[in-house]
Structure formats: C-alpha cells, structure tokens
Design a protein around this ligand. Structure first.
Ligand SMILES: Cc1cc2nc3c(=O)[nH]c(=O)nc-3n(C[C@H](O)[C@H](O)[C@H](O)COP(=O)(O)OP(=O)(O)OC[C@H]3O[C@@H](n4cnc5c(N)ncnc54)[C@H](O)[C@@H]3O)c2cc1C
Length: 372
C-alpha cells in the first residue's frame, strides 16, 4: 500500500516536495493556510544564481545551491510537461558588476573556486563588457560573468507545480485557515487540524511553512529560529534587449523577464510579518536603477510588491527529520534562495521519505541544530 504524506505549506518548497513525492508514488495532501504560492514564492525574482549568491566559499550551502541549479533544466521540463504550462526558464548568464578597481582583487579567488567547481566564470572589462551588456552605466569598471546562471518566472512555476500536483492525484487544500493542532502517534501517524478544514491524517508530514515555521515549535519540540525578512521589489516595462543578462550590483539586482518586465529587487527589511510596500523601500531601488542602468532613469515602475523571506540564524535552511517526532520532516528557512533550492530540497525530502537520504549531505541542515 502506498504511504501517505501531508505537506504543510503550499509555497515553492511545499509544492516541489509534493510534486516529487507524487512522482515517487506517495499519496500526497498539501495543506495551505492561504493561496498556493501566495507568500514569498509568488513574490520572488526567480533568479537561479548559486555563484552570485555565494560569494565567500564553497560550503555545504553553496554545494546544495549548485546541485539544485544543475537539476533545474530537467526538473522544470517535467513540471512543464505535466502541467501543460510554460514557466519561462531562461539561461542567460549573469554579470556581477563593480565600479572600482579595488573591488576586483577579491574576485580573483572567487573566480578560482568557481572554476574549480566546474563553472565558467571570467572577468570582463571595458569594450568587451559594453558589447556583452550595452545598457550598463559606462563608469562600471568590470564584471564577473557567470554564463551558467539562469532565471525562471516564479509565479508561473508555482502555478505549474500546483496543476502538476493535482494531475498526479495530489489532494490540494488551499485557504485551510490556521493550524489548530498537530498530533503524532506511533500507531496512527500524523493528524493535522486546521481551522477551516476537516481533520486529516497521514503516515508522514513535511513542514514547509516558510517564514511561519517558528510557530511549529510547540508541536515539534525543537527550537525553530526562522524569522521573516521582508523583500520589497518592483518592475519596469521592458523590451527584450533592455538587458540580456541578470545583473547584480552592491545595491540591487535586475532581471529581464520574457513577459516584458524588468524586475529590480530587493530590500532586506526587518518588519515582522508586515508584507506591505513602502515608498522609501522602492525609491532606493529606483535610485539604484538610475545609477547602474541609466536607460531606466525617468521610467515609471509598472508594479511594486513584497514578500517575506524565511531566514535562519546561520543562513542555512532546515532540511531533515525531526528527532523525537516519528514521521516528521522539515524543509524550511530557504531565505533568499528558495526558488533555486526547490528541486534539490524536494529530492532530499523524498530521499528521506524513501529512507535513503545522504546523512553526510544533510548534516549541515539538521532541523535540530538550534536546540540546546
Ligand atoms: C522579494 C523577494 C525576492 C526573492 N528572489 C528570489 C530569487 O530570485 N531566487 C530565489 O531562489 N529565491 C528568491 N526569494 C526567496 C524565495 O522566495 C523563498 O526562499 C521561497 O519562496 C521560500 O519558499 P517557501 O515555500 O519556504 O515559503 P513561502 O512561499 O512563504 O510558503 C510558505 C507557505 O506556508 C504557508 N503556511 C504557513 N504556516 C502554515 C501552516 N501552519 N499551515 C499551512 N500552511 C502554512 C504560508 O501561507 C505560505 O504560503 C525571494 C524572496 C523575496 C521576498
């Protein structure tokens, strides 16, 4: 008989785990407080950029990010095929841009370890840089060019995952209200009681509740120091040639989407669970846009929005089994890289469900590591 699993939270992480579990033959139910993808996942810029996001050293987190990037093409192909939807995955490469020669020194060691990990990463300057990306401000001294990095349209990806999960037979419960109770028993598995849903039961549960995961402490019996970091973000109307690569600067990043929008993000604010947009937050992005991409000067933003990233104390996600709670697995705290990390997280979670998870790879992400 197939085993059943409840996924608590219907963002990119929950839906990805549900998708992979359904593909592997599990009976899957996804329980979501609000709308699927209605929180951080629907707000994300969708950059798949392990090299640009990990600038210091190749640690366990970087390796997970890289594994995930390398899974993306085939993973996204499956999602598109099973949903019948396009997700606008684009491998355009990225440019990390610098104004001052002094900034270039640390880049040499970064290029060295990027190359050691099999990535083409190179320093581009002067005329070669202008040719590669004509819209950049002319006082930019150089850029680190990473051709492997890509991006995806996150709202389409979550919508496609939702459809694919349903087509694979998953039971998806949106607008289920808040969690009232979570009970574990050796004989009858896990029971979830939500305020707007009849009680449901399964053999296992995967907690994917993003920035709200800390609220599960009382049921899981471990410390879950996940907190929300608000990201404010905006977009401009754009033409395909406005920007050919993703561009990362010290003040903002830009990515040109096939739907005709140039996305510019994002602030990192401590604002509790307030996901409103402030004029101050967006004005900083507008000023950065004018400074690094002069073509955007004077253009109005087309959209402004915000989301709450799930941050942890050490910057690493919580992925693994919960000690003392049979059948409970966590997958939360993906902070700035949840879209990138979704395929690799889904694989690890489903390897855990299958009883085959690589313990050495999971050690750094143990959900119990904050519990004294
Ligand atoms: C502005 C911005 C830009 C970003 N850009 C990128 C990017 O370019 N690349 C990248 O990789 N990442 C990016 N991120 C980060 C990425 O969005 C997050 O890491 C990712 O969305 C986290 O996914 P999640 O499923 O854990 O969380 P969420 O998407 O927040 O989903 C968690 C879900 O759980 C639900 N929930 C909470 N509690 C319960 C409960 N008790 N029961 C049931 N449901 C519950 C919530 O309603 C929510 O829908 C960005 C984030 C922001 C805000």
């Amino acid at each position: 008989m197939p085993q059943s699993v409840i996924i608590l939270g219907g963002g990119i992480i929950g839906l990805s785990c549900a998708f992979e579990a359904a593909l592997r033959g599990y009976e899957v139910s996804v329980v979501e407080t609000g709308a699927f993808g209605g929180q951080a996942s629907g707000a994300a810029a969708g950059m798949l950029a392990p090299y640009s996001e990990n600038t210091d050293q190749p640690d366990a987190f970087f390796r997970l990010c890289l594994d995930s990037l390398r899974l993306y093409e085939s993973w996204n192909g499956k999602v598109e095929e099973l949903s019948g939807m396009k997700t606008d995955w684009v491998r355009c490469g990225s440019l990390n841009v610098y104004r001052h020669e002094a900034d270039l020194l640390p880049l040499q060691s970064r290029i060295r370890w990027h190359n050691e990990w099999g990535a083409r990463a190179e320093l581009v300057k002067g005329e070669a840089l202008r040719k590669l990306e004509p819209g950049l401000s002319h006082d930019i001294a150089a850029a680190l060019y990473c051709p492997e990095e890509s991006h995806i349209y996150a709202p389409s990806l979550v919508a496609a995952l939702e459809i694919a999960c349903r087509r694979l037979g998953g039971q998806l419960y949106g607008h289920a209200g808040h969690l009232l109770d979570l009970a574990f028993s050796q004989s009858s598995g896990v029971t979830v009681r939500m305020s707007l849903l009849p009680e449901i039961n399964a053999d296992r549960i995967v907690i994917c509740s993003g920035a709200w995961s800390g609220a599960l402490e009382r049921w899981l019996g471990i410390a879950i120091p996940v907190h929300p970091i608000r990201g404010q973000i905006c977009s401009y109307e754009s033409m395909p040639d406005d920007l050919r690569h993703m561009v990362f600067s010290s003040q903002a990043y830009w990515v040109n989407k096939p739907i005709g929008r140039m996305v510019c993000g994002a602030s990192e604010d401590v604002a509790g669970f307030d996901s409103s947009v402030t004029d101050r937050g967006i004005q900083r992005l507008i000023r950065a846009s004018e400074r690094w991409l002069p073509q955007l000067a004077g253009r109005d933003t087309a959209h402004r929005w915000a989301g709450l990233r799930p941050a942890t104390m050490d910057g690493m996600p919580l992925i693994g089994s919960v000690d003392g709670k049979p059948g409970a697995i966590m997958a939360a705290g993906h902070y700035r890289n949840g879209i990138l990390l979704s395929p690799a997280t889904a694989m690890l979670v489903c390897d855990l469900l299958d009883g085959q998870a690589p313990a050495d790879q999971l050690a750094a992400f143990s959900p119990g590591r904050f519990t004294a």
